[in-house]
Design a protein around this ligand. Structure first.
Ligand SMILES: [Fe+2]
Length: 255
């Protein structure tokens, strides 16, 4: 069994004192990091960081992510979200132990990292170029099971304002994944709330943010008072996935 740690939507700033909707995002991530190291599931084989890693698109924010996560001494695989600047990310987060590589091979599994960012928009789309890269990765079927990671949600969350930011070409994604049964799950961030469902044989999982959360089911933008969170993923040799979602102590670090 392979254990992975999913952290997402860290929304860090260049300035360490900055808060997002009342939550100091650096303090919040630091608290999450301290707690995951005390978890019985520690250590994972790797960390997956699925976008909105910076709130202000600054290189300094990505350096803060490096300094907060390097002590974990684990590989950290990153993909961009709508708040990220891919150029700044590549400048800071594409050197060990961080990586922005598209395919990660761990034991019996491959993890495929997709870029759903539309510059200047909160919405997401893979587009022909990214779908072509996915096609090329899926064509290289190595006999391993696969987990797909992307920032934007590929299924509606039942929240009208948030579902305007749905992955626009999710149908094209699912058409490909349905044709490749070795793909066993899709994991995303962006929604700042948990999700666990299925699409055929695919497991669909969203992880809340390491800072503040959104209120599930709300038609209008609304925050939730649930604390920072992370998710453990267990990838089994038979292709099954199980998972445990963790919330930080039930308390939000204040700004
Ligand atoms: Fe996002």
């Amino acid at each position: 069994m392979i254990t992975l740690l999913h952290l997402t939507d860290t929304h860090l700033y260049a300035a360490p004192e900055r808060a997002l909707r009342g939550v100091n995002t650096a303090d919040s991530l630091a608290a999450v990091v301290a707690e995951v190291r005390r978890d019985p599931e520690w250590p994972p084989a790797a960390v997956l960081a699925t976008g909105d890693l910076a709130e202000d698109e600054s290189e300094a924010a990505y350096r803060r992510l490096r300094s907060l996560l390097t002590p974990l001494d684990r590989p950290v695989y990153c993909l961009p979200g709508n708040h990220d600047d891919p150029h700044a990310m590549h400048a800071v987060l594409d050197a060990a132990p961080f990586s922005m590589q598209r395919e990660i091979v761990i034991g019996d599994w491959r993890v495929l990292m997709l870029d759903s960012r539309i510059p200047g928009s909160a919405a997401g789309r893979l587009g022909d170029d990214e779908l072509g890269k996915l096609d090329a990765l899926l064509a290289l079927d190595t006999g391993r099971h696969a987990l797909v990671c992307v920032h934007h949600h590929p299924v509606p969350m039942g929240s009208r304002w948030l579902d305007r930011h749905l992955l626009a070409d999710a149908d094209a994604l699912f058409a490909r994944l349905d044709a490749h049964p070795r793909v066993r799950g899709v994991v995303w961030g962006h929604v700042h709330q948990p999700w666990d469902s299925t699409h055929g044989a695919l497991r669909l999982l969203a992880t809340p943010s390491t800072c503040g959360q959104f209120l599930p089911g709300s038609d209008r933008f609304a925050t939730d008072d649930r604390p920072p969170a992370w998710r453990w993923l267990h990838l089994h040799a038979d292709g099954s996935i199980d998972t445990r979602l963790c919330w930080l102590n039930g308390v939000l670090p204040s700004a």
